[in-house]
Design a protein around this ligand. Structure first.
Ligand code: SAM
Length: 288
């Protein structure tokens, strides 16, 4: 197979195209990294792969060889003709020229699952400017998918796959942990892309959990509580809960903390997911 770096230069030249930075276009040109992504995602003929942001199709080509079907969602209409030309011989390929954040993925999955397509996986080299909203959508839409294998900025990856309560954790860490188990696949240097991004990259794999790690009375209350606690990272949890109007005054919070055996000086970022769950379930039960 021709090397990705040569193919990429050839396509950019043929279509007189340059990368659009505002759309987060950094094309992968490292064949070993692309193979690693497809291997880690464990792509096979029973899979529908939803690829977000196929760009010139460098990852798409490997996916098409291994998957039952690939549906690629690309916002930049300049890429559509390229993808259609490049993959005209594949009958397991479909392109949607849309903003992934506006696509009804549940519906897309429903109409594409059948006797041959048994599992759905998300695989992508994501546009970095909207990594977090995309990941949140993929998780919060409760899609019927098995896993999400994506290239993202290393700094964001560190936060996503941290253990809740660890130094690197943020509100999104708890959300990811609630919905999925996570692992780092590989760290990728900037020279694996054209043009080179200014930040380091990492491939991570999220495997959707069959059962959540904690039982929640209200997911909405739990995520509101976690987000409020992390909005003011330097404040104690007591102050965050009062400032964020989750509880009306400090005395009431202290009474709750006494019941749940929480230290008055604890900060939100130190709570385990079990402690957040216990607190949010308690708040659901009380009249506060
Ligand atoms: N998959 C290609 C590769 O690895 O070489 C390109 C990856 S590039 C980092 C991200 C791609 O996402 C670009 O092709 C960009 O146009 C596309 N993109 C940006 N915003 C998008 C959105 N809201 N919906 C769908 N695709 C988007």
């Amino acid at each position: 197979m021709e090397k990705l770096i040569d193919k990429t230069k050839f396509i950019l030249n043929k279509y007189k195209l340059s990368a659009n930075k505002s759309l987060g276009q950094n094309f992968l040109i490292n064949d070993a990294v692309v193979e690693n992504i497809v291997d880690s995602a464990d792509v096979n003929k029973e899979d529908l792969i939803i690829e977000i942001g196929p760009g010139l199709g460098n990852l798409t080509e490997y996916l098409l060889e291994r998957a039952g079907k690939v549906i690629a969602i690309e916002l930049d209409n300049r890429m559509i003709e390229i993808l259609q030309d490049r993959f005209s011989l594949y009958n397991n390929f479909e392109i949607l020229n849309q903003d992934v954040l506006k696509v009804n993925l549940n519906e897309l999955i429903k109409v594409n699952k059948n006797n041959e397509i048994k599992t759905v996986k998300i695989v992508a080299n994501l546009p970095y400017y909207i990594t977090t909203p995309i990941i949140m959508k993929l998780l919060e839409d409760k899609l019927d998918i098995e896993s999400i294998t994506v290239m993202i900025q290393k700094e964001v990856a560190d936060r996503l796959i941290a253990i809740p309560g660890d130094k690197l954790s943020g509100a999104i860490t708890y959300c990811v942990y609630y919905y999925a188990t996570s692992e780092s696949v590989t760290i990728v240097e900037s020279n694996s892309f054209i043009p080179e991004p200014s930040v380091d990259s990492e491939v991570i794999k999220l495997t959707i959990r069959k059962n959540h790690p904690v039982e929640l009375k209200s997911e909405e209350k739990f995520f509101e509580l976690v987000k409020t606690s992390f909005m003011q990272r330097r404040k104690t949890l007591i102050n965050s809960l009062v400032n964020g109007r989750i509880v009306s005054n400090k005395d009431e919070v202290k009474a709750i903390f006494d019941k749940l055996k929480l230290d008055y000086n604890i900060r939100g970022e130190k709570l385990t997911i079990e402690q957040f769950a216990e607190l949010s379930n308690y708040l659901c039960n009380s009249e506060i």
